[in-house]
Design a binder for this molecule. Structure first.
Ligand code: B4P
Length: 182
């Protein structure tokens, strides 16, 4: 299996859930930009204060801020990694390409997790995080469609994209992911 990969998919598709499992079982660094931003919010840092309102509206935090976080983590790590929730738009994807070529660590695979909107909304409502109310969830879905979905073509054209359907139990989805990445 690749040891430099990223997960892409709509909010609630289970990227965080599956990335954590896969990273633990393969000894990869799990880098979730959502988790890292929430940690900054919790710590009350300047960066967290800037991110909190944006996240609670369901919009994307500035590219510069997210990139600084990813750069510092990847620069100080020498093994494999799994990026979860990053990149989220084409500008971030291009910045990632530049960073990875600078670090001489080319990306090997991209996993797309797909699920229909109603199931996404139900999963997120059941989770109930600060940004998980129906209005904000629907906005996050439209941000995904406008800004993140174009990444599918970007990686498909490079022959790096693998797809899995995220419906079913966490275990069933994990098995599909293992098969897709084999
Ligand atoms: P993220 O933290 O990335 O979260 P997400 O996309 O909403 O959720 P994910 O797909 O990881 O779902 P999860 O596994 O948790 O983003 C939050 C916000 O951070 C963004 O809106 C943005 O503001 C900001 N942000 C993050 N990255 C950024 C970037 N690069 N640039 C700019 N802004 C950025 O699963 C969801 C729920 O479903 C959980 O409760 C889980 O238990 C459940 N679940 C999972 N799999 C299931 C299954 N098979 N069956 C039933 N339930 C399941």
């Amino acid at each position: 299996m690749s040891h430099r990969l990223l997960f892409v998919g709509p909010p609630g598709a289970g990227k965080g859930t599956q990335a954590e499992r896969l990273a633990a079982s393969h000894g990869l660094l799990h880098l979730s930009t959502g988790d890292l931003l929430r940690a900054e919010v919790k710590a009350g840092s300047d960066l967290g204060k800037e991110a909190e309102a944006v996240m609670n509206r369901g919009e994307l935090v500035s590219d510069a801020l997210v990139l600084a976080i990813v750069r510092s983590r990847l620069q100080s790590h020498s093994g494999g990694w799994l990026l979860d929730g990053f990149p989220r738009n084409l500008a971030q994807a291009e910045a990632l390409d530049a960073l990875l070529s600078e670090l001489d660590q080319p990306l090997q695979s991209v996993l797309l997790m797909e699920l229909d909107d109603e199931e996404l909304v139900q999963r997120l409502l059941a989770r109930g995080r600060a940004d998980d109310n129906e209005e904000v969830i629907r906005h996050r879905l439209s941000v995904y469609r406008e800004q993140t979905a174009p990444l599918i073509n970007h990686y498909e054209q490079r022959g790096q994209l693998k797809r899995v359907v995220s419906t079913g139990t966490i275990e069933a989805v994990a098995e599909r992911i293992t098969a897709a990445l084999a």
